[in-house]
Design a protein around this ligand. Structure first.
Ligand SMILES: *Cc1c(COP(=O)(O)O)cnc(C)c1O
Length: 402
């Protein structure tokens, strides 16, 4: 085994690096979740999550991975046999469909080539043709973490509005939250699905549903009752006292509170700009290497991660292995049909310019060692972007804001 020194570079697009401040905030004795001190923490994280989702509506916090909140979104408002549209943007859309089908929903899966966001025109055409309003929900993945392609939720909302279609809009923003601009209320999202371990900088184990009034009404009217653990109603009622119906993940809630404080100190808009800058710098490196991005549509480029195709005849996982062994850096594997063909650079969450430069240097050196054909100069191209000679402006520093 190779002996590694210094810190491991965890450049997968989730779970992401947890800031030391957040780790320290979690390092607390176990708290009585029914005791007098708990509610203060409960109220703080519930209100903090509302600010992150930019909603005045309730946010439900589950002690579960993102998949739990996926399931919760489905079981609260839908019943077996209900028709839904789901845009097949990549592997995470495929997994969400799997849950929907186990709950016997009638899923119309709208294919893409996994190299762009959802086809909003196609969604609009399906909605317009559905005069009987059989479609109960439209499901999209905001930041498709398998392809680094974004679907803009507001565009889907506009398609629903233009067709006067009452279907609920459900958005998986598990890897979008706190990395890409997101407006649960202003964009008319009915159910937002989030997770703790991506842009939120918290360890895995928490996930979220933000729910519109319309979604709450749909849940109330949903008589299928195929829900217990995921029931919004019980949660929302008891959350009013700052507590939870069953044991919450108390130490993760301490982490969440601290992470929200960090995001708000930086300012969410600055957080979004930082991710955009790092996305632009990463794509400049890929271009200079002469490699291909998975995402073919600039309108859909993800600020949170960059998925890169390796040239034909090269195994992306072998390349990742070489990088891990030589530089102690984890890169994201290709998922689903991109297995072996692509790798993913996470630049999401607790991250800065020099971490990005270290990451890109490891990749460029790894290409040489793994004999992946490429041109030199990707690292330099990224530096040019970070020096500000290219596109996205520098985020305002905290001092400049004050
Ligand atoms: C990570 C992720 C998920 C799955 O979350 P788990 O915590 O692994 O259950 C779902 N959707 C997207 C877009 C993700 O990035």
């Amino acid at each position: 085994m190779t002996l590694h020194t210094g810190r491991h570079f965890l450049q997968i697009p989730g779970p992401t690096n947890v800031p030391d401040r957040v780790l320290r905030a979690m390092d607390m004795p176990t708290l009585d979740h029914r005791g007098p001190e708990f509610a203060e923490l409960g109220y703080a994280v519930l209100a903090g999550c509302q600010r992150i989702f930019r909603t005045k509506q309730p946010v439900i916090i589950y002690p579960a991975s993102g998949s739990g909140a996926w399931e919760a979104a489905i079981v609260n408002v839908l019943s077996p046999g209900d028709k839904v549209l789901l845009a097949e943007t990549g592997q995470f859309a495929v997994l969400w469909r799997g849950i929907a089908e186990r709950f016997k929903l009638d899923v119309e899966f709208l294919p893409t080539d996994w190299r762009r966001g959802a086809d909003v025109e196609q969604i609009e055409a399906k909605l317009a043709a559905d005069r009987a309003h059989k479609i109960k929900a439209v499901l999209v993945v905001h930041n498709e973490t398998s392809t680094s392609c974004v679907t803009h939720p507001l565009e889907v909302r506009k398609a629903l509005n233009r067709t006067n279609h009452p279907a609920l809009l459900m958005v998986d923003t598990i890897s979008g939250l706190a990395a890409l601009e997101y407006e649960h209320d202003a964009w008319g999202i009915d159910i937002s699905v989030g997770g703790s371990q991506k842009g939120m900088m918290v360890p895995p184990g928490l996930s979220f549903n933000a729910v519109s009034e319309k979604a709450l009404a749909a849940a109330k009217a949903n008589k299928s009752a195929m829900r217990s653990y995921w029931d919004w109603h019980d949660m929302i009622e008891i959350n009013k006292q700052g507590t939870f119906p069953y044991t919450p993940a108390t130490n993760l809630l301490f982490a969440l509170k601290e992470a929200i404080a960090m995001l708000e100190e930086e300012g969410l808009d600055n957080v979004f700009l930082r991710h955009k800058r790092h996305g632009a710098a990463s794509r400049a490196a890929v271009k200079a290497w002469g490699l291909e991005l998975v995402c073919l549509d600039p309108h859909c480029y993800s600020p949170a991660l960059t998925a890169v195709m390796v040239p034909d005849g090269n195994d992306a996982d072998n390349f990742r292995k070489v990088v891990l062994e030589n530089f102690d850096m984890s890169l994201g594997t290709g998922l689903g049909k991109l297995k072996g063909k692509a790798f993913r650079i996470g630049h999401i969450g607790h991250f800065n310019d020099l971490m990005l430069m270290g990451t890109l240097s490891g990749i460029e050196m790894g290409f040489d060692l793994a004999k992946v054909p490429h041109r030199a100069g990707g690292v330099l191209a990224a530096m040019e972007v970070l020096k500000g000679r290219d596109v996205v402006p520098m985020p305002k520093s905290k001092a400049a804001v004050a």
